[in-house]
Design a protein around this ligand. Sequence first.
Ligand SMILES: NC(=O)c1ccc[n+]([C@@H]2O[C@H](COP(=O)([O-])OP(=O)(O)OC[C@H]3O[C@@H](n4cnc5c(N)ncnc54)[C@H](O)[C@@H]3O)[C@@H](O)[C@H]2O)c1
Length: 247
Amino acid sequence: MTQRVALVTGAMGGIGTAVCQELAKAGHKVVAAYHPQFDNKDEWLKEQAAAGFNDFVCVAGDVSSLEDCQKMVAEAEAAAGPVDILVNNAGITRDRMFAKMEKDQWDAVISTNLSSLFNMTKQVSAKMAERGWGRIINIASVNGVKGQAGQTNYSAAKAGVIGFSKALAAELAAKGVTVNVIAPGYIATKMVMAIKPEVLQTIVDGVPMKRLGKPEEMGAACVYLASENAGFMTGATLNINGGLYYQ
Ligand SMILES: NC(=O)c1ccc[n+]([C@@H]2O[C@H](COP(=O)([O-])OP(=O)(O)OC[C@H]3O[C@@H](n4cnc5c(N)ncnc54)[C@H](O)[C@@H]3O)[C@@H](O)[C@H]2O)c1
């Protein structure tokens, strides 16, 4: 297997950590991009070392800032080499019914979850195309596929992630670069465990498989999409949601 350089945003969150671990287990060199205000790099690195992962390179920045993304990718390239696999995973929610949603809640979710794809992907896609190989994996959500009350901002951003990916997939299809989406359902991360227990129980009851997804199940999907054997798949959305919703 060829070792590739994988850059993962939101790397120190619930899904991001599992994505880093699964990509590392698959033999890739992983660069973990994190937000210095939201993530504790030293603590995370300690936890990773305790779990047997000693080789992560870290780069810090805000994915909603084009400048920060330029800097993070330059640092990643200097430390690990050209980025072959980009996982756009960083994301936030600012849930509120639309009638009460403030403009800053809209803007924060659109810039972090959607404009970040412009900011990060812009730094790597042309170089992947020049080298004739690349994998861009974007993390959307079931709620971007089906729409969710209280999440007009998040559903719009995540639906935008899917549209972006289909369009870029078409642009890069002949260049050896694939662009695909993972649309997770409810996954057992801090983001979901913070939901009130009674609401969470209703959510789980509504999932045909009657459980939350595991972060490592998202990591395994990234490993597949990053693999040689996934080279014929592009513009696709993998709905990984326990049967909650599919098209
Ligand atoms: N947990 C779920 O059930 C679920 C379901 C569907 C989709 N998702 C999506 O999966 C992705 C990961 O979510 P998670 O559950 O691991 O959440 P999480 O909160 O554990 O992790 C999100 C990470 O993104 C980082 N981040 C947030 N804003 C950032 C910014 N401006 N710049 C850089 N980094 C930033 C955070 O620091 C954090 O490490 C998100 O895109 C989320 O929308 C999660």
